[in-house]
Design a protein around this ligand. Sequence first.
Ligand code: NDP
Length: 287
Amino acid sequence: AHQPLTLLGLGAMGTALARAWLAARHPLTVWNRSQHRAAPLAAEGATVAGTAAEAVAASRLVVVCLLDDESVRQTLADTDLTGRDVVNLSTGTPGQARALARWVEDRGARFLDGGIMAVPPMIGVPDSGGYILYSGSTDAFEAYRHTLAVPAGTRYVGADPGFAALHDVALLSAMTGMFSGIAHAFALIRREEIAPKEFAPLLAEWLAAMAGSAHLTAAQLESGDHTTGVASNLAMMVTANATLLRTAEEQGVSTELLTPYTGLMADVRPAGQGAESHPGGVDLLLR
Ligand code: NDP
């Protein structure tokens, strides 16, 4: 039996989700604020609701994929959530997810929050590498695990409704650091006779090779010993950082993306020994 469901929001992501459920033959009711976005899905078999309230009334499982927390609140405010199971896939903060969980539960519904680790072309494509993080009601996740696995792989990260958003934002924050590193690396070679297309594979390979440092940081944080398994001690790295900054200056490139992290590493040093590694910096970030 194919679980019927309702989907609120047919932006780029909502439309991709809708197509995945339709392709898997799930009876699907859709609603979007601007109605024109629903027309192509109607032709593909979706039932189009005229209002969000009608859409919510149509199915017990209600998936929401709107712009942000505010649009979710506005949209659900006019609906009767009694006896519904609400799965919010709109991006928000952990605090927003926890508050939304209470708000939805006070209206008689179970709540799951999701963080989509994929872009729309990865949705409904097996082995695309994309997946969706979920947290909140364990019972609701168990009840719908097969339906939720249709658009992308699922990873349930806990009963705390804020955890999906927290994992999502932690991963995106790390990605932001990577993007900043990529921008800086290209700026360094920008004015030289080095083709960006020839440099790119070196950069991508290097980042992939270094990504394993996440495991080392985790091991050190868990043992409390910041020196185990350290191949590059902090004192050496602080010295090497001076070379990074000086090279930026030689190449006429701003050091603004480097200095926050190089400064943090320099701050770790007086506290620990020269052999300390990155985790010392993790705790310096805690406010
Ligand atoms: P789009 O900008 O394509 O779509 C936004 C959707 O939100 C539209 O359906 C829009 O309706 C609706 N909306 C905005 N404001 C309101 C409002 N006040 N009331 C009712 N509906 C409203 O965004 P995406 O579909 O790409 O993203 C949706 C969510 O998915 C976001 O939270 C995003 O962060 C998340 N996400 C997106 C990814 C991506 O790569 N696209 C990746 C991972 C997560 P209307 O058509 O009427 O404007």
